[in-house]
Design a protein around this ligand. Sequence first.
Ligand code: ADP
Ligand code: MG
Ligand code: MG
Length: 882
Amino acid sequence: EKYVYFFGNGEAEGKADMKNLLGGKGANLAEMTAIGLPVPPGFTITTEVCTYYYANQKSYPSVLAAEVANNLKRVEAIMGRTFGDPKNPLLVSVRSGARASMPGMMDTILNLGLNDETVQGIIAQSGDERFAYDAYRRFVQMYSDVVMGMDKEALEHLLEEKKEAKGVHLDTDLTAADWKELVGAFKSKIKETLGTDFPENPQDQLWGAIGAVFGSWMNQRAITYRRLNGIPADWGTAVNVQSMVYGNMGNDCATGVAFTRDPSTGENYFYGEYLVNAQGEDVVAGIRTPQPINRANSKDATLPAMEEVLPECYQQLVQIRGILEKHYRDMQDIEFTIEKGKLFMLQTRNGKRTAKAAIKVAVDMVKEGLIDEKTAVLRVSPSQLDQLLHPSLDPKAPRTIIAKGLPASPGAASGEVVFTADEAEAAGRLGLKVILVRVETSPEDIHGMHAAQGILTARGGMTSHAAVVARGMGKCCVAGCGDIKVDYAASQFVTAKGQVVKKGDTITLDGSTGEVMLGEVPTVAPQLTGDFGVLMGWVDQYRTLKVRTNADTPNDSRVAREFGAEGIGLCRTEHMFFEADRIAAVREMILSEDVEGRTKALAKILPMQKGDFLGIFREMKDLPVTIRLLDPPLHEFLPQEEKDVDALAKTMGVTAQTLKNKVDYLHEFNPMLGHRGCRLGLTFPEIYDMQVQAIMEAACELTKNEGFTIVPEIMIPLVGVVSELARLRENTVRVCEEVIARYGVKIDYLIGTMIELPRAALTADEIAREADFFSFGTNDLTQTTFGLSRDDAGKFLPFYVESGLLEEDPFVSLDQNGVGILVKMAVEKGRATRAGIKLGICGEHGGDPSSVIFCHKIGLDYVSCSPFRVPIARLAAAHAAL
Ligand code: ADP
Ligand code: MG
Ligand code: MG
């Protein structure tokens, strides 16, 4: 077995499609090398070694040492330098790299191989003593932190003391002698703190670093990131060992990161940032404000662009940009370093992007002939689309702008200011909206960024940690807002104009402009035209699963149609009962002692219900509409307050006490399993009769007078036994036929049921005898299958998910191995009885991408979801079909 893959000098043993084995970074370093790009030589230790390491008490395969030694020799031969050689040493970086990119999660060590002897060789190579000792002290800092577990702050403190003693402010003001002294001081401090010597032997350093990379796979930040992004722990990370190139050897050196297109808007221009005379992560860390690579997208005209400062390297980089895009056929996120005017590529990967950018890049690349339509559809992830479907700030609303930063990740967010990730998380648990404000973010802040509505940082560029992570999460972010001064100790920030914003104050961020505003700014509905429309056109061409919506009002119906809904899968009639002017009549009905009383009250509701259906049918034109008859427990309609009871008693002509007794009698201990759904329809048939009458009168009227062709789908909820449905079907048919005869029109209608109790799924073959269609009510089906009350689950379900007892909240994503099996079984049984039975799903799951894909697989005809999720479901359906 082969554990190490070499790359260098135009040859590579790995390839881009070997990500599982080499990790993303290693696979792409190999690929870039093979297509002739300038990549410093190195080798990749495979993810299988990581798996081996954790399976074998943190030890390595026996052949690994020899393979590493051989590959190191090959690198030395290319570089003409030798690892550990005091005269002419080779230095390397040790870099982690998992299959899926995990930005900032794993720790990289630079300048490895330095000790008191080899530093002399670096001085000889570079002719620059200051550079050599600066590299050395960086190495000691990184290595002691990552590998030895030394507290970073302790060494930073020594550095600060040194600067104070010398009376200088900047690192750049320190001399070679200062750095040399600091290296010594650092090492003493490390020894003093940890009781161990800093390793001088380069081989020990190398193996220490390799072990640390594998070790970091199981550190807390990595575990959190994997949990949030659904990355399995057993994938493991690879380790890349690569010869160093130096971006910090002078003013003809630089380091930078770039995107081949704008990751925020998707626009087709080269977008990036760089720093002259800097190493490694200086750009991303936000320690110095980076400069633009070109003038065209420079936000600050005073900063010199790379195209002006290092024009030849810039031109070469532009060329490489073209090569990479043609080669990968996707937008790339690259890292580069320039050593003494010579450009080196250190990383490329498919760039993370906002939903807006994802769509624009996909549509543009089809136009440019780089990809086909199907690929374009697959490039946009359904869950990411959510970002675009939400309101943005109303451009007409007044804004009190208090500061401006970089538009790092678009969208709008309002919330109360908090200053730590833990505060954000705690507030999120309580359902509060917060904006996380930090000087800059680091991987330790991920959980807080997740919980916050938006993120504001004082430092860092468009490629800073905050910006990259926020874009990945689809969160609004304003980064590098130099206008604000964050004071953690006082829990406040101060703007350039001296305005103080305290913890708990509400602010609004506009991630598309970088504006920070005081208070909450109103929002407007999203725009669904342009590239979005083009992409959704392709989406609709490739999907077979239909997408309907859950809508109860003409207004929701219109919104859903604009989002592309092809019908209503669930119209809940009870929402129509709760309106203020109707509830009295509803209460009168349920509290009546006899049929007459109920009928009298229902007569008041009939015209209102009919009006609702007229509105919805009109809005939906001739698209199918499934209407569910009254479902919730009567319990929910009961008057609670004394004044309501008194008023109602008067209307009904009974004493308040009588009415109160009735209310007490109707009280239920477990209403969700109580007197609801078809149980109501069976015990109080006049309720469903009235609803059916209203539906059919509306449909007949529109058919007769306005030329509609409506086929109402009448849905009976909470059926567990076929006899329930049989009886209610009989009643429904009777009322339908009466109305049809009265109007004298020809109109079809369907009668079906929800499958939302395990017994219904288990006996779906029997139930199908009486049902023209099934709609899977997976909210209730999840609740009843798990025996888990949706209304009470908030107290323990989050714990289940966080602690890994459940992979996901089963109310968010359909539990395919449990509830899903019931659904699948009911589909098969239903079809066995009635081949053409219409099948759909109307739970919240209808808008969850992985659940939609499941629905496609088991052969449902449609999914139904809330209006805002319709485009997400359409895209997921296309992904399922491709
Ligand atoms: P991350 O995955 O956190 O981006 P990287 O391994 O890409 O970590 O490295 C961190 C930084 O160090 C990057 O800026 C990268 O370009 C730089 N770097 C890594 N290896 C080398 C090298 N051999 N020479 C110069 N810079 C390097
Ligand atoms: Mg990197
Ligand atoms: Mg239900």
